[in-house]
Design a protein around this ligand. Structure first.
Ligand SMILES: C[S@@+](CC[C@H](N)C(=O)[O-])C[C@H]1O[C@@H](n2cnc3c(N)ncnc32)[C@H](O)[C@@H]1O
Length: 277
């Protein structure tokens, strides 16, 4: 039984004809909110790069550690850009486990991811989803769910995890709009695919195949380009590093031992009062 089968009434035509970024990632994470085309695509990726699901898990683990770290700093409201299918380690569950009054607004462009998120969030206080392209920052900031749940006079955690490599042009301009909209003390969390030069031949092949099959434009960025995404934010230690090396979880390190680096950069920045322009 496919988890998506229970929803009914998904937006028309958004189903099983083509693999989507959100659902292929869900397959790699071991989720069940995906279709046969997505599983076939993930299978081809795993045949070419057997570590693809380790990379997906490492990214998801980073997201969990970053959100937990922000909760520990007292952040209680989050905007999750490119949130995907909330099947394995949902941000609102992490937040509500620590702070039942915490607020989370998910944003994704994929109608299936959004439909499934709405289904899961029905009756959940303090969490909502907005269907929007993250390049359309104005419509996100004006969305009723954002206006209802996010108080921009207080610090916010802005999550842009494994999404900016789907944005070809000017991702920094998107983040800058959020920087200007948020209060001092807010945080920015980013993870992003590395460049082919830093990937194994297998991973390059798999990424290319993925790009061809899903039609998703994928833009690789160097370490320095990912550092530049934090312009206006104070980049916090350890800086931009491979996702599994960002304040690693000992259990993850054990899993990764001798398997090589994960080809995804990760970092966190904080909006200092002096940085607000
Ligand atoms: C690999 S998933 C990442 C999910 C989650 N952030 C994580 O890291 O676990 C990427 C998500 O970004 C979404 N996405 C891609 N381009 C987008 C855009 N321009 N606007 C909003 N969402 C986008 C995809 O639909 C997908 O759900």
């Amino acid at each position: 039984m496919n988890a998506l089968g229970g929803i009914g009434g998904l937006p028309g035509g958004s189903g099983a004809d083509y693999p989507s970024a959100a659902r292929v990632y869900d397959v790699l994470l071991g989720g069940s909110a995906n279709f046969e085309v997505d599983r076939e695509m993930a299978g081809r990726m795993l045949a070419a790069e057997p570590q693809a699901n380790r990379f997906a898990r490492a990214n998801r683990s980073f997201l969990r550690r970053a959100v937990q770290g922000l909760l520990d700093e007292g952040i209680d409201q989050f905007i999750d850009l490119g949130s995907g299918l909330p099947t394995v380690g949902n941000v609102h569950e992490i937040v509500h486990a620590t702070n039942p009054d915490g607020r989370v607004v998910y944003v994704d462009v994929d109608p299936v991811a959004v439909g499934y998120s709405r289904y899961l969030l029905a009756g959940v206080d303090g969490a909502a989803v907005v269907q929007a392209d993250i390049r359309d920052v104005g419509s996100i900031l004006e969305a009723p769910e954002i206006r209802r749940l996010i108080d921009f006079s207080r610090p916010v955690g802005v999550l842009a995890v494994a999404v900016l490599h789907f944005v070809e042009d000017a991702p920094a301009a998107i983040l800058d709009r959020f920087r200007v909209a948020t209060a001092p003390g807010s945080y920015l969390v980013v993870s992003h695919l590395t460049t082919p030069a830093q990937m194994s031949r297998e991973t390059v092949g798999v990424v290319q195949r993925y790009r061809e099959s899903t039609g998703s434009p994928l833009t690789f960025r160097t370490h320095d380009q990912v550092v530049d995404l934090f312009a206006g934010w104070d980049l916090l230690p350890p800086g931009v590093v491979p996702v599994d090396e960002w304040w690693p979880d000992p259990a993850d390190l054990e899993e990764s031992a001798d398997l090589g680096p994960v080809p995804i950069w990760a970092g966190m920045g904080r909006l200092m009062p002096s940085a607000r322009a």
